[in-house]
Design a protein around this ligand. Structure first.
Ligand code: FES
Length: 72
């Protein structure tokens, strides 16, 4: 079921109302590949055909790199 669009929110995936913060949070929960993100919050698999794909990939890569280089 599609999430409702909220006024004032900037969505990375407009088709499925997924924000950058939600993608970053999902990566930190272990959904650290495009396939996992698509199955988790449906980003990039909307009716537009995935116009957000490059943005979502960039966010996943950035978040994975941040996790990789965080001091433990
Ligand atoms: S904007 Fe993400 S699939 Fe359409």
């Amino acid at each position: 079921m599609r999430k409702p669009v909220k006024k004032g929110i900037i969505y990375t995936c407009l088709c499925n109302c997924v924000t950058e913060a939600e993608i970053r949070q999902a990566v930190r929960m272990g959904h650290d590949t495009l396939d996992k993100i698509q199955n988790f919050n449906f980003a990039t698999v909307g009716p537009c055909g995935g116009s957000c794909l490059q943005s979502v990939i960039r966010i996943i890569e950035d978040e994975v790199n941040q996790i990789r280089f965080e001091p433990s």
